[in-house]
Ligand binder design. Structure first.
Ligand code: AMP
Length: 190
């Protein structure tokens, strides 16, 4: 199995690139943000729980997120591999992911991190908010909160995967297809 963590701050382009890369390599794409939004739209208990945090630009608590992610992985364990988009976002999520994959005799092949400066991120998110309908993309304060959650809780995972020798930084600025080629370049080494 090839299992990729597509990493980077909000607005780095993870979702866009995951959609392309999953087709190239026949991987199963899991976006935790998308799963939460689906649940909010369908008024499930999980959606209700997650909404309060997402509306403020805060991370949803680990246990809720880990349980949800484990459920999706367990239901799709027959696939060629996964692209994890937006997960893990904390150290305990990273540990949980390792244990979960171990149960299926597999592991993370690589973390591909899209690197983009903060000012570009904020502008991209405000632009996306104009037609994505996402409340958390339309308000500068919420966006800044999401970025600070990233630096406070998520950025540390770079070290976690560097220690496992599977961290690959990719320049996330440029045209979509340029960035895809950089990712494909890295994928060939993983
Ligand atoms: P995203 O679509 O990845 O930008 O995520 C949107 C929001 O969903 C985040 O701001 C968090 O509130 C929540 N979320 C998504 N993934 C996670 C995660 N792995 N851990 C905690 N919260 C998450």
């Amino acid at each position: 199995m090839k299992n990729i963590v597509l990493f980077g701050p909000p607005g780095a382009g993870k979702g866009t690139q995951a959609e392309i890369i999953k087709q190239e390599y026949d991987l199963f794409h899991i976006s935790t943000g998308d799963v939460f939004r689906f649940n909010i739209k369908n008024n499930t208990n999980l959606g209700l729980l997650a909404k309060g945090f997402m509306d403020k630009g805060e991370l949803v608590p680990d246990q809720i997120t880990i349980d949800m992610l484990s459920d999706v992985v367990e239901k799709n364990s027959h696939v060629n591999g996964f692209i994890f988009d937006g997960f893990p976002r904390t150290q305990s999520q990273a540990h949980a992911l390792d244990s979960l994959l171990e149960n299926f005799n597999t592991s993370i092949s690589g973390m591909i991190a899209l690197e983009v400066d903060d000012e570009i991120l904020i502008n991209r998110l405000l632009e996306r908010g104009k037609d994505s309908g996402r409340a958390d993309d339309s308000n500068r304060e919420i966006i800044e909160n999401r970025i600070s959650e990233y630096y406070n809780k998520t950025a540390i995972l770079k070290t976690y995967y560097q220690r496992k020798n599977c961290y690959y930084g990719v320049n996330g600025v440029g045209e979509i297809d340029e960035i895809t080629s950089r990712i494909i370049d890295v994928m060939s080494k993983i």
